[in-house]
Each structure stands twice: as C-alpha cells, then as structure tokens.
Design a protein around this ligand. Sequence first.
Ligand code: NOJ
Ligand code: CA
Length: 662
Amino acid sequence: MRTYSIYLLLFFFSFVLASCGKQVVSSPDGSLRVAFRISDSGSPEYSVTRDEVSVIDWSALGLRCAEADLTSGFQLTGWAERDACDEWETVWGEERRILDRHNEMELRLRHQSGMKMNIIFRVFDDGFAFRYVFPDAASLTVLDEATEYRFLSDHPAWSIPWRTEYYEGLWTKAPLSEKQDTLCSPLTLEMTDGTYAFIHEAALTDYPAQNLYTQAGVLRTYLTPWLEEGRITEVKAYVPAPFATPWRFVILVRDLRALTASRIMLNLNEPCRIVDTSWIKPMKFIGIWWGMHMKSMTWEQGPIHGATTENMERYLRFAHDHHIEAVLAEGWNRGWEDWSSFSFTEPYDDWDMAYLSHLADSLGVQIIGHNETGGNAADYEAVLDEAYTYHQTHSIRAIKTGYVAPIIRTRDGLQWNKGQSGVRHYRKVIETAARYHIAIDNHEPVMPTGLQRTWPNLMSQEGVRGQEWNAWSQDGGSPSSHVTILPFTRVMAGPVDYTPGVFAFENPVMPGTRVHSTLTNQLGLFVCLYSPLQMACDLPENYMNHPDAFRFIENVPCDWERSLLVDGEIGAFCIFARQRRGGSDWYIGGVNADTPREVSIPLSMLEADKTYTATVYRDGEEADWQTNPYDYLIETRDVRATDTLRLRMASGGGLAVQLLPR
Ligand code: NOJ
Ligand code: CA
C-alpha cells in the first residue's frame, strides 16, 4: 500500500477572525468554496459556491439538545486548516486505489452556556462534507439536528420516503418542493443546470440515520427518533462525550460519470481496523433461496424443505463444477415455524452440518450461513459469540443476517432499525463477526454509509427493493427502470445484495408478477449493481437450460481494479465497465428500461497495444421482457482500444461483454 500525506496546520485566533466576518475553504482545484460565518444571533451557517456561482445559500448548522440550544448563542474562538493528500488501498471494492485529496477547515465555537462545539469542513474537488465535534462537553441528549441545505433552485430529486420498510421501495423523481413526505438519505438531485448532487452521510456508527424533508423550499434534517413502547419520543440520540457526529456530505459534479466515480463517502470513513484481512474474500454464490420465494421449497422442515443435506450437496457440487465460490443455505436451522425462536446453532434433523462442512471443504466451496433474527436483535446479540463459534467451527466465513420486522427489538426495546439503538446493534454484529473472521451480508440493514472501509468484513447489504419482489410482489414486480435508477441512488451508498441472475421468467406462484427483464439484462446486472458478495439467485436447473449464457456468470468477477460508467441516464439505462482486480480482463454490463435503444461503447479503457477477444451477450432481434425474454445471442469478435461496440438493448433488455486480452 502506498500512502503519502501532507498535513499543514495553521492556527488563527479570534482577534484575527473578527476582521474577516467569514472563513472560506476551497477544494484543491479551487472550483468549490465553502464559506462559514456566525450570524448576528450567534448561529453557525455555511454556504457553497462552484466556479463563483452560488449553489447553496447560507444554511443553518447546529443541534438542539436537552442541555442547551446549540443552534445559536455561539462565538468563534479559533480555527485551523489542514490539507491532505492520501492514496489508500481497498481490501476489496470497485477500485483498488482511492485518492483522498481535500482541504479541511476546523471551526472552534464556544456556546453561551460554556459548551464547546467544533465544526469540521472538508472540501474535495467533487463535493464537501462536515461534522459536529464535541471535544469536552458532558454527554448530550440530542432532540434535533438543525442542518440545512438551502439549494438555490427547486431541483428534481430521486428518493424514497423515510418510512419505506427496510428501504425496499421504488425510487421516484420530483422537484424537492413537490416531495410531500420526509425522505430517506441518500437523495440524488438532477440539478436544474444539468449537473448532479448526491446528499448522504458517512461513518454512521452511534447516532440515528438522517432523513431529509423540504420546508418552505429548504432541505432540512430529521433524525430517526428513539421509540418508547413503539411510540416516537422527542429524543433522537444520546451521545457520550467526547463525540463526533457522522459526516454529512454533498457530492457536486457535472455528469453521472463523476457521480459514480466519487469516493467521498469512503474517504470520510476511518481506515481499516482489521489487521489481517487475508480471510476476507469477495465471492459469487448460489443458494437454497429462490425456491422458497417461488414457493417450490420451504424454509421450515417438511415435504419440500429446501435446506436438506441432499439438496445442499447438489448445490455444493454444482458450485464446484461451475467455479462459483460459495453456496448460501436458508432454512437450515430451527425456528422457521413461528419466526420467534430461531436457533443459530441447531440445524434441522435433515441437515448434517458436519458432513456438509467437510464436503464443502473438500470441494473448495464455502458455505454461507444464514441468521434470520425475525427482528429480534436483542436475543441475537445475546448469543452472538455462541453462534459465531458454531459457524467458525464449521468453516463458515460469511453469514447473511436478516431482520424481518418493521420495528426491531433491541436491548432498548422496540426501535426502528435506523434509530441509534439499531445502528449500535448492527455495529456490534460487524465487530463481533470480525473477531471470528466472519463476513456479513446484512439484510434489512440501516442504509450503508461506507463503514466497509473500517470494517471490510461488512461486505454487502440489502436495503433495496431486490429481486425477491419479482417473485411475490402484488404490484406485478419492479418496473424495468428500477435497476437503471439504483446505481445512481442506493448503490452510491454502498454494495447491494440485489441477487441478480434469474433465468426462468414464468412465475407459477404469482402469474401476474414477473421479472421485467430479458435474460441478457440479468447478465448485465452482475456488472451494473456492485457487490463483493454477488449472488446468482436462480436454481441450478434453470441455469442448465442456458449453459452458454450462464458462462458469463461463471466468468464475471466481483472484485475490481477499476470501474467506470460508460454511459447512462437515471431511469433510462446504464452501462458500466470494470476491470478484474489483479487481472487485465474487462467486463461490460448494461441494463435498459422499457424503451429499446442503440448504444455505442468506445473501448478506450483497453490497453492500446493489445487485441482482445470480446464475447458479447446481447438481446436478440425479437427480445422483449414482456413477449420474449429468452431471445439472446452470443458472439465473439476481436477488438482493440480504438474500436467502438454498437449494440441494441431491447425493452427491459441489456448487454454483457467479456474482454480477454489475447
Ligand atoms: C428477507 C431477505 O431479504 C430474504 O433474502 C430472505 O430470504 C428472507 N428475509 C428470509 O430470511
Ligand atoms: Ca428483504
């Protein structure tokens, strides 16, 4: 790992500041400028310009706490500036090396109550961030966060409402003023000048998740409240001293390529805390899973029980034969009959854990464990060590966790999973799992905020309306546009366990419901929706009906050297290109909404002096998600960096390309 840093530290004191009125910090390239001032009533405020044009007008900062109103009554006592330029290496990710280049300004404030509060701004070339720091105050009871974003136009925003269960909703676009509901963080803005903004938080470890709402044209913060006996209280957070809130950040970029390339969120998280990360491995997996959602199998023991020794043996051998690194099994453990007494150490009678774990070892395939808690986080926390010892003993190095319950039961009673207590629980799970060398794929999570930099065993999370909705959703399944929106919204917050790879589109369980996609679109998802634990969700027998197309899934990696958006439009289509980590082969994936389109893909990312064999998986002439999802063609041709691929994506269609240097 190559790291270099330059830190410059300058201190100025209040007598210097008095003459300036405001403090300004610019991005390293000088294009973005964040200004800070204390208003006449002592309220901290900030504003933002880009290339001298105002983007965010003077906006409020501060917290309202039970102990003091920390939104006014402040004096500036000093400030410090630093600049940083670090390059660090990811354990896994969309790219190996990440550059963290920013300028920082720390404002030191004293409140009339005597309390100290510092605000730290960081300005990058592609956005800015800030957080509140309480260096020595007594512990605080946070009632509200006053943070505002006073954008100067009524920008259209992509969002889901803040009470969307587990974030499993369809993202919609409307001008901020027309958004009636409070919204989940993140928000993606298609700015009225044709540029883009993305608003979210980073390093959420012991605080409630932020939500956002518009009031009189101003975007304001609403922290997820604590509940008492299931009812909303006025308290949002109990913070110990010293304390720093999560970072609030805004990406400001001119195009979607720069949006998806922004690494501000990861840069704002702490460096890796796990010393030996060699056991953390990106993997593709299949699983005993889709059968349950399609109702041809059950989680609980019975005549069509999915997780039997026999079935698992079949899946493990299939994975071995097709170079898939792991197999997930849901329903292996007792408790599925009533969802209230799950055991994480006792298998059903028809599951021989010792045998399967030996078989998996001998085949070189991993078993991915499954711990559904039914939302009972408190009971799960109480047996974490026992559960992880059991999994570790059976060579299980990754566990999918689940919290199906609108309100979860934490050690603080019934709470929202994205309230402070839920956030603490998830963090405890990640840190405990790390001690047992176990990676986590968290379903029904709190929205990711980049914690995987610090804890790279937090590999994937759901927090999305995933493929499972196409099995049983009463509304007929997600529209084809859904997966063209996610890379610019949910996936900007972190890896997503969407579970791509459906190869059979008939749905006997819910005939009106289906996957709104062609088979090629399902291949494209493996590149478009990033996850280092990437599931191929369909049944082995369905894959064997299309072994030639399945070859793309066998070959596509899930850990990358470099990634880039080739082209896209939110809600219409997207095309990504990614290079295998440590390799020179490239993979391109595209997904399309309902309108068929021709696309051009310049291959300029390839090495200039090399010829590559391109294997192109594309929609056939008759392909259409509604009438003919199975129509696909596979073609091979030689290409060079100067070539451009011209391909057509059908309605709900897609494309997938493997590029191997010759
Ligand atoms: C919801 C999860 O998202 C899904 O993947 C899982 O199969 C069920 N819960 C059961 O745990
Ligand atoms: Ca779910």
